[in-house]
Design a protein around this ligand. Structure first.
Ligand code: GDP
Length: 261
């Protein structure tokens, strides 16, 4: 498919340039292995196979910056990428493992879901979440559970959300409209005056939405949340003391029958 060649605004150009500078920083198996930092962090989340790695690689214009979620040994780690000038990084991206992949041993799945749930609820410098949803599937049960976990931080604007409907090239124009309105209905339920929630279509094949996604993320970083700017520095105690992970994991655990992609 032909890549979209759009007239690119200076803001989009700057945003894309920023994204292209993404570089691998570190990988963490647990929340307390993540660096404690004041840099705003943007998390990429989504079901396995939603197109998360592809979207990250498209943003960064790199073939394998993010690994496909089924790469053995990588599935259960949070991979962090650094953005901004080499000696003065201004943001981090966190690639969280995809959820809902059936062929993962149950105990490992539960353990990991606990870490991920804790990350979304407790990671202090979390600024925004990019939720990747296959546009042909829409919000699944697991995606809704993830939204419910995030909701307390979304409704007061502490964390922003961009829902990205991926693989838009697989839909025709009317299906795309339907996908957008169905997603809008779900998001309307958690919208408040303070919430910053966006929704868009994206195709890595045509690059539809690539500039918009880059611009949205860049804007988050250039316009930090006042809550973070005003908060005291240092890590919250509960970021290293995770004892309620099991409950959080249960919230993300789908009934067995629904776990297949
Ligand atoms: P992840 O598990 O969420 O990281 O998903 P991947 O990025 O590995 O993508 C899953 C599958 O969907 C791969 O076969 C990709 O090539 C495919 N895919 C991802 N994005 C797109 C897209 O925009 N259009 C199409 N047609 N396929 C895509």
């Amino acid at each position: 498919m032909k890549k979209t060649v759009e007239a690119v605004s200076p803001a989009v150009k700057a945003a894309l340039g920023w994204c292209h500078g993404a570089r691998f920083l570190t990988t963490a198996a647990q929340l307390n292995q993540l660096p404690v930092t004041e840099l705003p962090e943007i998390a990429f989340v989504g079901r396995s196979n939603a197109g998360k790695s592809t979207a990250i690689n498209s943003l960064a214009q790199r073939k394998r910056l993010a690994f496909a979620s089924r790469t053995p040994g990588r599935t259960q780690h949070i991979n962090l990428f650094e953005l901004g000038p080499k000696l003065a990084a201004n943001a981090l991206w966190a690639d969280l493992p995809g959820y809902g992949y059936a062929a993962v041993e149950r105990a490992a799945k539960l353990r990991w879901q606990a870490v991920m749930s804790d990350y979304l609820q407790l990671r202090r410098n979390l600024d925004g979440v990019v939720l990747l949803i296959d546009s042909r599937q829409g919000f699944t049960d697991l995606d809704q559970r993830l939204l419910a976990l995030l909701q307390p931080r979304l409704v007061n604007g502490q964390v922003r959300l961009l829902a990205v409907l991926t693989k838009a090239d697989k839909l025709n124009a009317s299906q795309r409209q339907l996908a957008l309105s169905a997603a809008q209905e779900v998001l309307a339920e958690i919208s408040t005056d303070e919430a910053d929630i966006g929704l868009m279509l994206f195709s890595a094949l045509s690059n539809q939405g690539l500039g918009d996604m880059a611009e949205a993320l860049h804007r988050w970083v250039m316009q930090p949340r006042t809550a973070v700017a005003a908060s005291p520095s240092g890590v919250l105690a509960h970021e290293t003391a995770l004892d309620d992970g099991a409950a959080a994991a249960a919230a993300l655990q789908a009934p067995e029958a629904k776990e297949d992609c």
